[in-house]
Write a protein that binds this ligand. Structure first.
Ligand SMILES: C[S@@+](CC[C@H](N)C(=O)[O-])C[C@H]1O[C@@H](n2cnc3c(N)ncnc32)[C@H](O)[C@@H]1O
Length: 215
């Protein structure tokens, strides 16, 4: 059963523009819904290879998709979502690590995990253990992290639920809101996750975020 997700006021971020007008028919949007179990067929080896190859190819130019305005969406989620300091954050789909240092400032340890070796290779040195893995099968024990952070990343609901500690939180960010290829509205994230969740969500610039905790 879904819990209550309270909407907070929008945050204006001057100069924040969506990277491009992608929408519901984008192949990664379809993949997003498949990964979340909201649409068949389920995630499989073919999907894994396709997505890894796509992001390996995009890795060299991924830095052009980062900006202070996009980073502001993430810090707004952490601040207004009241994501306090904790022992361990798991950053799934960490890409070239654009947000890993931000998480490193709040958590004792950050595990930055990605399916794309090329993305991980381009990540700057700094806080965060970089791990090559498919988030569909996380190489982590049950209830082992305080926060699962997904910035423009596919949601694999059962694995997120499995590795998150009972008091932990899920941080879901779409940098360009509904124009983000990997996008779900907060109520869809809650629908996809097992059990009952509560939390907050907001729009920040053209982005949106939600921070969810078990109800
Ligand atoms: C849209 S990019 C976002 C990267 C970064 N979070 C950002 O916002 O700049 C999605 C990232 O998720 C990774 N990814 C996609 N599917 C994954 C999976 N099943 N397991 C782990 N990482 C995955 C991709 O390789 C890519 O680096």
């Amino acid at each position: 059963m879904p819990g209550t997700i309270d909407r907070l006021p929008d945050l204006e971020i001057p100069g924040h523009r969506p990277s491009r007008p992608d929408g519901a028919d984008h192949p990664m949007r379809v993949m997003t819904r498949r990964a979340a179990g909201l649409q068949p067929p389920p995630w499989d080896a073919r999907a894994r290879h396709e997505v890894a190859a796509l992001f390996d190819g995009l890795a060299p130019e991924w830095h052009t998709r980062t900006s202070p305005e996009r980073a502001r969406v993430v810090t707004d989620a952490l601040d207004r979502g009241q994501v306090g300091t904790g022992a361990t954050a798991l950053e799934l789909g960490s890409g070239i690590g654009a947000y890993t240092a931000t998480l490193g400032a709040r958590f004792g340890e950050v595990v930055a995990m990605d399916l794309s070796l090329e993305m991980l290779r381009l990540a700057a040195d700094g806080p965060g253990h970089r791990v090559l893995a498919d988030a569909h099968r996380l190489p982590l024990t049950d209830a082992s992290v305080d926060a699962v952070v997904l910035v423009n990343m596919l949601l694999f609901p059962d694995e997120v639920d499995r590795v998150l500690r009972p008091e932990g939180c899920v941080v879901w960010v779409n940098s360009s809101g509904e124009s983000t290829p990997i996008h779900l509205m907060p109520d869809e994230v809650v629908e996809a996750l097992p059990g009952s969740w509560t939390g907050t969500w907001a729009r920040a610039g053209t982005g949106l975020w939600s921070v969810l905790r078990r109800a």
